[in-house]
Design a protein around this ligand. Structure first.
Ligand code: SF4
Length: 346
């Protein structure tokens, strides 16, 4: 295998400060196809994560990857890299942990008599269809394991790579409930390039929504995160919702930017560089915690509701297997104080 020659010896002192904390590490590899990214291949001991008692419509998740090369500046999952003694900025984007045996482990767990076939969510922490999935192909095994065990599943992604597995997902939907959600919160391609540098284009994600619908599957869209004063104008929302409606989205959930500790610094560095005039306004908007001020959220809700109605999204309800929190922002395993549903939506 081409990658074999690219191995970084995990035993070499100083290779990475956190390598010793990556349980089950088999090897770390780099390849010219993924400039600047190191993959840490691990043998996971478990695949199902229990997330009981959250306000979310699922109690179980599977996360084949830790870290995400989509590199969104606002990503809520960034703090999870701290547990590996990696930083929550560039390391999160470039040091990707890959659970290479996740499908096999999952099959074993799903075969236990005690498994109750509760819905399992994919994409609640990091994106399961980030670029690495093109190489590792972990999702087909995961989808097959869940569907063949009679377990409902949902996938939340920004990755157009999901198109590869549409046949599988469509077949799975004949056996179990399958929910798919795409995250797309802006229509400005230049802003997308600067804010979400590793994420497929706006056009690519609109085409993905179309392809999901053409495959006969429902597709909800997380308009998340909405960025105050950057993507929240009436015109911007109106245009985006029109595009989503035209692409066939079956539901839309807007979510205003949430800046947790460990994410805020990284995001604010970007804001200071790209939009220095907004720094003061964001500081006061998020002065009292991770959520935008109640007055902003209320005003946003008042602006968004008629637009959702106008484009036919107002009364469409989510079904249980659809993810409802922000893009990978559910970060269920690490979620801090839980917001109310209303807070999560706006
Ligand atoms: S927000 Fe989602 S797609 Fe973006 S970096 Fe985080 S996990 Fe990846």
């Amino acid at each position: 295998m081409r990658w074999a020659g690219q191995r970084i010896d995990a035993e070499t002192p100083g290779t990475l400060p956190g390598l010793g904390l990556i349980a089950g590490l088999v090897r770390s590899v780099t390849t010219p196809e993924f400039q600047g990214i190191t993959f840490h291949e691990v043998l996971a001991r478990s695949a199902l994560n229990s997330v009981p008692g959250t306000a979310l419509p699922f109690n179980w998740t599977v996360n084949p990857y830790r870290g995400c090369s989509h590199a969104c500046r606002y990503c809520f999952a960034r703090p999870t890299h701290k547990y590996l003694e990696l930083d929550t900025g560039l390391d999160f984007d470039r040091q990707i942990v890959v659970k290479t045996n996740v499908a096999d482990v999952l099959r074993r767990e799903l075969a236990r008599p005690s498994w109750s076939r509760e819905p399992v969510a994919l994409g609640t922490n990091t994106d399961p269809y980030q670029r690495a999935e093109g190489r590792y192909r972990l999702m087909p095994g995961i989808i097959d394991a869940l569907a063949s065990s009679g377990t409902p599943l949902s996938v939340l992604t920004k990755g157009t790579l999901l198109r590869r597995d549409l046949g599988l997902l469509s077949a799975a939907s004949a056996e179990v409930s399958v929910g798919i959600a795409v995250s797309l919160a802006l229509g400005d391609e230049e802003l997308r390039r600067r804010l979400e540098p590793g994420v497929p284009s706006v056009r690519g994600r609109l085409d993905l929504i179309r392809a999901i619908r053409d495959a006969g599957l429902p597709c909800s869209v997380m308009v998340a995160p909405v960025l105050p004063w950057l993507t929240d104008s009436t015109d911007q929302l109106d245009q985006l919702l029109a595009q989503l409606s035209e692409a066939g989205a079956t539901g839309v959930t807007p979510l205003v930017l949430h800046l947790r500790p460990g994410v805020k610094d990284w995001f604010m560095q970007w804001l200071a560089h790209d939009h220095p005039n907004l720094v003061g306004r964001y500081e006061s908007l998020y002065a009292h915690g991770s959520y935008a001020s109640p007055s902003y959220r209320k005003a946003f809700e008042e602006k968004a509701r008629p637009l959702l109605d106008k484009h036919g999204f107002g009364r469409r309800s989510r079904h249980r297997s659809e993810p409802i929190d922000g893009m990978h922002s559910g970060t269920v395993e690490t979620l801090g104080p839980k917001p109310s549903t209303q807070e999560r939506l706006f």
